[in-house]
Design a protein around this ligand. Structure first.
Ligand code: 5GP
Length: 185
């Protein structure tokens, strides 16, 4: 693999989206677009946020080996289209923004993949960030908090753990990791 496959994970609300947006703006990266069976949220565009597909199509993709990794969480399937990513990797570093089970699967298929886990400075801080989003019910926030505990429990299997305390320092830290990994290639 010539280019870097960067896998960024971390609990919902930790700021992965913002970090990715900055990386894409400032660097030469491509973001992978995942397939999901969940419904689009307001403002999410087909082919940008996700490829929104039926469960049947998703299961077909699993069968035919079309996914680099996938997982089923929050009652929906999410997966990375293999060809899409492999094509992008020919010309650029690629970022996957995915959860832990998928990230660890990706590492098995692509041992050179660089796994970075983004964590909040504190759990309380994350809870309040999630509440501020106002897009979810208390039950769903609770489910995400449980999921967070699970994700954090996998942090030692990641290559790097970055605490997202201050956005600019977080981006700098991730850029340093990328530079270092490029140097190792
Ligand atoms: P959301 O529903 O909030 O967009 O995403 C929920 C979770 O699914 C997030 O942790 C996100 O990183 C993860 N996710 C998004 N795309 C993929 C994917 O292709 N594979 C896996 N394994 N997880 C994904």
């Amino acid at each position: 693999m010539k280019h870097l496959l960067l896998v960024l994970s971390g609990p919902s609300g930790v700021g992965k989206g913002t970090v990715v947006k900055h990386l894409l703006r400032d660097g030469n990266y491509e973001l992978s677009v995942s397939c999901t069976t969940r419904a689009p949220r307001e403002g999410e565009k087909e082919g940008e946020a996700y490829f929104f597909i039926s469960k049947e199509r998703f299961l077909n993709m699993i069968e035919s080996g079309g996914l680099l990794e996938y997982s089923n969480h929050f009652e929906n399937y999410y997966g990375t289209p293999k060809k899409f990513v492999e094509d992008k990797l020919k010309t650029s570093d690629v970022i996957l923004e995915i959860e832990v089970d998928g990230a660890l699967q990706a590492k098995k298929s692509y041992p050179d993949a660089v796994l970075i886990m983004l964590l909040p400075p504190s759990i309380e801080e994350l809870h309040s960030r999630l509440k501020k989003r106002h897009s979810e019910t208390e039950d769903k926030i609770e489910a995400r908090m449980k999921r967070m505990a699970y994700e954090v429990s996998k942090k030692d299997e990641y290559d790097y753990v970055v605490i997202n305390d201050d956005l600019q320092s977080t981006i700098k830290e991730i850029e340093n990791i990328i530079e270092r990994e490029r140097g190792l290639k």
